[in-house]
Design a binder for this molecule. Sequence first.
Ligand code: PNS
Length: 184
Amino acid sequence: MKDNNESYCIYPGSFDPITNGHINLIERGLHIFDKIIVAIANNLSKAPMFTVEERREMIRLAFANNPESHRIIIDSFDGLLVDYCRGKGVHVVLRGLRATSDFEYEFQMTFMNRKLDRTIDTIFMMTGMQWFFVNSSVIKQAAMSGACVSGLVPDIVCERLQEKLRSLKGKKTKPKGAENKADS
Ligand code: PNS
């Protein structure tokens, strides 16, 4: 339940998976807002590596030892972000900006959201310098090519990436019908 005496923002994203850049932004966002709702988009137009539940679990575990974790609410949404914001009664969206290359996309999305609902505003924070080159796609690409992404994502994400890649590899190499034979 939302407390109206507290300031809230919604930090939406795919978080597929969460990176240290996201973590940095959430931690800094907590200096400004009392509560941050980390909203995982169940974006059907993208083919995510992790399910929403897996992403939610990684975010939860990444903040498990953070004394401020009680101020972070992890949720997911389908459909339009503005509808989700309205439903929550929150009118501020937080987004991170890394390089100017992010700007065009963010600019378009912010104006579209404002066109859809003028009561919702987006505020931007620059991503921490250390994480300028980090995003979920580059992390997945690197991990899939066998690179170590430790230090760029929380440890739990490193572990889950390895598990996921092993299970995907297993599925690829399993001969047709192998699942049925093993089951019988
Ligand atoms: O981490 P991402 O993938 O850059 O996050 C993008 C996200 C999920 C915030 C954006 O795609 C989004 O808001 N999706 C929900 C649908 C929506 O409202 N789109 C904008 C108006 S068409």
